[in-house]
Design a binder for this molecule. Structure first.
Ligand SMILES: Nc1nc2c(c(=O)[nH]1)N[C@H]1C(S)=C(S)[C@@H](COP(=O)(O)OP(=O)(O)OC[C@H]3O[C@@H](n4cnc5c(N)ncnc54)[C@H](O)[C@@H]3O)O[C@H]1N2
Ligand code: MOO
Length: 330
């Protein structure tokens, strides 16, 4: 690279080699001049106010990339089908959701990319619900000019034989949801069901409006039988509510175990919602939801629901890592 510094007073008629940012603390931060802008007489005081006394005249060698071109190549390499790219600005491209769904980030491969010197890929936390236009990740090389081989290394990591892209939005699968409401106090009408309305509202946020519900009391055979019946009837997601604690009347865990073909976890390292259970009967997911879900606006259930709706099979190790940062209302 050949790089010449020219005092701004002598730069009239020359082209800027990169976007130039103006920051007025608390008021403005953004691009004041574009790469390629031809400097005019009236720009000189503005540049001086921005603290710029020189500009670069750049000539790249073979094997070097301008920050803008590197950012575009890196963004293209990591973006999946549910993602669109912003225009490049100040050497950065932003990946945005092009559909509604769950944010997927291949954390292992993003970490490998960020281990390459001078590469900075910053994502939002994965596995969360995103809507069209949500910013998902930003991609930028740190220097103004970067070795092309680093960008090529990113492209190689991204191309590996993987089923999913590095950053993507996984659309939700159609779901048939059934609520199995336990508790003799609900079945007898002694108290009014509060889980139903809370869960219907949560599901509506994902576009799920068709939700069936049965009240079953505390008999484990009745609870297990109802889970099996609704799955046989085509339910893809069964939400069993209440009875998840340690009292003698808390029969839901045993009933879910009986109905399940796989128990992923009883208990989750998050609060609120630590007594939650996740199991499967065939492909149908079964949650056991503790009382906290009707009491607290955000629980472990909200954290796991997007991945279940996106059709990811949740494993025990996916649960174990949730403990770090898992105290949701601390
Ligand atoms: N000694 C221990 N106590 C508790 C533990 C524990 O580990 N050891 N865990 C605590 C946690 S965490 C939670 S969460 C709750 C779990 O309670 P349950 O899921 O068993 O909830 P229930 O006992 O079934 O109900 C609690 C409360 O909520 C009412 N309820 C239940 N279902 C409904 C409904 N559909 N609509 C309205 N209200 C409902 C129920 O009548 C109870 O009053 O346990 C902690 N304790
Ligand atoms: O399982 Mo409880 O829901 O943590 O409060």
């Amino acid at each position: 690279m050949k790089r010449r510094e020219v005092p701004v007073e002598n730069a009239v008629g020359m082209q800027l080699a990169h976007d130039m940012t103006r920051i007025v603390p608390g008021e403005f931060k953004g691009r004041q001049f574009r790469r390629g802008h031809i400097i005019r007489e009236e720009d000189i005081p503005v540049l001086l106010d921005m603290g710029k006394r020189h500009i670069y005249i750049l000539e790249l060698d073979d094997g070097e990339l301008h920050e803008d071109d590197a950012a575009i190549r890196m963004a293209r390499a990591i973006a999946g089908r549910g993602v669109r790219l912003s225009d490049v600005e100040e050497g950065k491209v932003v990946l945005k959701a092009d559909r509604e769904g769950m944010l997927w980030v291949d954390a292992r491969r993003v970490t490998a990319m960020n281990s390459i010197d001078e590469i900075a890929i910053a994502t939002r936390l994965p596995f969360q619900h995103v809507t069209v236009g949500t910013s998902l990740a930003s991609v930028r090389p740190i220097p103004l000019v970067i070795a092309e081989e680093k960008v090529r290394a990113i492209e190689v990591i991204a191309r590996g034989a993987h089923r999913r892209s590095i950053v993507d939005v996984l659309p939700y699968r159609p779901q048939k949801v059934h609520l199995v409401t336990t508790g003799s106090e609900i079945l007898s009408g002694r108290i009014e069901d509060r889980f139903g309305p809370v869960l219907r509202e949560k599901l509506a946020a994902y576009g799920i409006r068709d939700v069936e519900q049965t009240l079953v009391g505390d008999d484990p055979d009745a609870i297990a039988g109802e889970i099996a019946r609704v799955v046989a009837d085509g339910a893809t997601l069964v939400l069993v509510t209440g009875g998840m604690s340690v009292d003698p009347d808390d029969r839901s865990p045993a009933a879910i175990r009986r109905a399940a073909t796989e128990v992923v976890t009883h208990g989750i390292p998050m609060i609120p919602g630590s007594m939650m259970m996740l199991a499967y009967r065939g492909h149908a997911a079964i949650f056991g939801l503790p009382g906290a879900v009707i009491h607290d606006p955000i629980t472990a259930f909200d954290k796991l629901l997007p991945r279940v709706l996106a059709g990811l099979r949740v494993r025990r190790r996916d649960i174990a890592v949730l403990g770090i940062g898992g105290w949701l209302n601390a």
